[in-house]
Write a protein that binds this ligand. Structure first.
Ligand code: NAD
Length: 242
C-alpha cells in the first residue's frame, strides 16, 4: 500500500482522466463544517460517556423507546447541527467533472446542500422525520429542536429517519451502494473510521482498479486499499477531484 507523497501522487494520477468514482464517506467529511465525528481525535465519544452510556446505547432504538427524553437530549445537543454549511470537500465532490456516485454514512444532508444529486444515505437523514404512531412526515424545520418532539396530529413521538443501533439499513440504499461500488473505476473512501458495519463492509463490493483511502488516521481496513492519503479531506479532496 502506498502512503505519504507517493499515495497522493498515485491518487492525482488516477484522477487525471476523470474516471467514474464511487465515493464512500463518514463523519470525518463534515468535521471541517464544525460537526464533530464519533471516533476521531475531537470526537463526541467522551461527551456520550457524560450520560453514563455509550453512544451505541444513546443512539439505539432501545434508548428511543425506553428513555426518549435522554435519547433526544443527546440527539439535539450533539447530532443536529442545522446551521452547518458544506465545506471544501463536499464542494469538490459536488463539482467533480466526471461521473461520481456518492454513498454517505452521514445524516447531515451536506452533500445535497453542496449540490450532489442522488446521494445514497446509508444511515438516513436528520432532515426527515416521522411520527411513530400515525406515520405523518415532518421536515426538521417543522419540529421543535429540543425535548421529545410530539406529532401535532396525534401526540405520538416524532423520530428522525436515521438508522439507529439495533435497526437494519434500508435495503434499497444498500443495493444502490453495492451497484455503484461494483461499477466504478475508482473507489475513494474518506473521513471514516471504517468501524461501523455493515457500511464498512461495503468496500468489499468494489471492483475498482484503484482503491484509495483519505483519512486523518489509520483504520482497521487500511490493507484493503492501494493507497492511503493521510490528512484533512478539506485540503486533499479539492486537490484531486478536479
Ligand atoms: P467515526 O467518527 O467513527 O470516524 C471518523 C473518522 O474520520 C476518524 O477516523 C477520523 O480520524 C476521521 N476524520 C475526522 N475529521 C477528518 C478530516 N477533516 N479529514 C479526514 N479524516 C477525518 O465516523 P464514521 O466512520 O462515519 O462512523 C460513525 C457513524 O456516526 C456513522 O454511521 C455516521 O452516520 C454517524 N455520524 C454522523 C455524523 C454526520 O452526519 N456528520 C457525525 C457523527 C456521527
Amino acid at each position: 500500500m502506498l502512503t505519504g507523497k507517493e499515495a497522493l501522487a498515485f491518487l492525482q494520477n488516477e484522477m487525471r482522466a476523470h474516471p467514474s468514482v464511487a465515493f464512500l464517506d463518514g463523519a470525518g467529511m463534515s468535521t471541517p463544517s464544525g460537526i464533530p465525528d464519533f471516533r476521531g481525535q475531537a470526537g463526541i465519544s467522551q461527551v456520550a460517556s457524560r450520560y453514563g452510556l455509550s453512544y451505541e446505547r444513546l443512539l439505539s432504538v432501545d434508548e428511543l423507546m425506553e428513555d426518549p427524553a435522554t435519547f433526544f437530549d443527546f440527539y439535539w445537543n450533539f447530532l443536529v447541527h442545522d446551521k452547518a454549511e458544506p465545506n471544501a470537500a463536499h464542494r469538490a465532490v459536488a463539482h467533480y467533472p466526471g461521473p461520481i456516485d456518492v454513498i454517505t454514512q452521514n445524516i447531515d444532508g451536506l452533500h445535497q446542500k453542496a449540490g450532489s444529486k442522488d446521494v445514497v444515505e446509508l444511515h438516513g437523514s436528520i432532515l426527515r422525520n416521522h411520527c411513530l404512531s400515525c406515520g405523518a412526515a415532518y421536515s426538521l424545520e417543522e419540529i421543535p429542536h429540543h425535548g421529545v418532539p410530539r406529532c401535532p396530529k396525534c401526540g405520538g413521538i416524532v423520530r428522525p429517519d436515521i438508522v439507529l443501533y439495533g435497526e437494519e439499513l434500508d435495503y434499497q440504499a444498500l443495493c444502490a451502494a453495492e451497484d455503484a461500488l461494483e461499477e466504478s473505476e475508482i473507489l475513494i473512501v474518506a473521513g471514516t473510521s471504517l468501524r461501523v458495519y455493515p457500511a464498512a463492509g461495503l468496500i468489499y463490493s468494489s471492483r475498482a482498479k484503484a482503491k484509495i483511502l483519505v483519512n486523518a488516521e489509520p483504520t482497521p481496513l487500511d490493507s484493503f486499499f492501494d493507497a492511503f492519503v493521510q490528512g484533512d479531506v478539506a485540503n486533499i479532496l479539492p486537490e484531486v477531484l478536479k
